[in-house]
Design a protein around this ligand. Structure first.
Ligand code: P6P
Length: 332
């Protein structure tokens, strides 16, 4: 028999998510499979939501739903469906003991008090884009709980800070549906094949260009931006950067991660603390940005170093190619 050691091949593009997760888990001798199962449960919820989104035009779910969510925003029916689907998938999967969601003010207890993980999520971000058929996304962040297993989770499990995330990612419901995530050892991207109902590895290792020529912000708010940010946007225009703003954070972030660019959501009079949510939008995307070699800041400190104080707290966000973010910070 050949006594040569088995060469560990980089996993070939085209491997399914399940096989990828299994092979990656074997890289961690002490892994016991719960995080792997949790990632599978998130992927399953993503498949279900993907189907609902693709049918949205056919059945009346795109109209605004009567209720308003905790943010006081007019709740699109798909928001509600996505939230319910994720909660159900995580409850049934059994690996998450608690969830926080943009759609719910309070912590959601799954009843799985022996589970090791908690999940913070924005089940469907960019929902104002749903009824105009623009890309939307799910964002998720996973922590190992700090409270004793067997007890009910508490807010402490969610307030550990961005650098304690064990995994983070997003699902982009775009021209194709992609699942992109990290467990702290690089970023992998999977593309969904509807005909097979499987996610296949399509981006084995995603690294951001260290710089770029794309800036992404709501130019309509320019007059309200802090002077230093206006100065930075002016410099982008002077350098003939491309302005690209989809108005859906996951889509803007994903494009910048692949092509190189910076996304800015500064504080404005309307949103003096910024608009985006720290726990389930900025922490997970900042984890990914740093894994991709980029940077994420609120203008004063790295997003991942920020102290969470409230489940739904907002923060300004400057995120993307390292050199572009650092040029902006140099003006602060
Ligand atoms: P504005 C969508 O509502 C969202 O949360 C992000 O997905 C998006 O980047 C941002 O807000 C758009 O906000 O104020 O420019 O419409």
């Amino acid at each position: 028999t050949n006594m040569e050691p088995v060469k560990t091949y980089a996993l070939p593009v085209g491997v399914t998510l399940d096989r990828y997760i299994m092979r990656k888990q074997s890289d961690f001798p002490f892994a016991t499979g719960e995080l792997s199962q949790l990632l599978r449960d998130i992927a399953l919820a993503g498949k279900i939501i993907n189907r609902e989104i693709n049918r949205a035009g056919l059945i009346d779910v795109t109209g605004a739903f009567g209720a308003n969510n905790v943010q006081g925003e007019c709740q699109q029916k798909l928001d509600v469906i996505a939230n319910i689907r994720f909660i159900r998938a995580l409850k049934n999967g059994g690996e998450a003991c608690a969830i926080i969601s943009e759609e719910d003010e309070e912590i959601i207890y799954t009843g799985n008090d022996h589970a090791k993980y908690v999940v913070a999520m924005d089940p469907l971000d960019g929902s104002s884009n749903i009824d105009v058929n623009v890309s939307i996304g799910t964002i998720f962040s996973i922590y190992r709980r700090v409270t004793p297993t067997g007890t009910r989770a508490t807010i402490d499990d969610f307030m550990q800070g961005g650098r304690k995330q064990v995994a983070a990612g997003y699902i982009l419901y775009g021209s194709s549906t992609m699942l992109v995530y990290t467990t702290g050892h690089g970023i992998s991207g999977f593309t969904y094949d509807h005909s097979l109902g499987e996610f296949f590895l399509s981006h084995a290792e995603i690294n951001s260009p260290v710089t770029g020529t794309i800036y992404s912000c709501n130019e309509g708010n320019y007059p309200m931006f802090p002077a230093t940010v206006r100065d930075y946007v002016d410099s982008c225009r002077q350098k003939n950067f491309m302005a690209r703003y989809i108005g859906s954070l996951v889509a803007d972030f994903h494009r910048n991660m692949i092509k190189g660019g910076i996304y800015l959501y500064p504080p404005t009079e309307k949103t003096p603390k910024g608009k985006l949510r720290l726990l389930y939008e900025c922490f997970p995307l900042a984890f990914l940005a740093e894994q991709a070699g980029g940077r994420a800041s609120d203008g004063f400190r790295d997003i991942l170093d920020m102290e969470p104080t409230h489940l739904h707290q907002r923060t300004p966000l400057y995120i993307g190619a390292r050199q572009l973010v650092e040029e902006l910070l140099g003006k602060m």
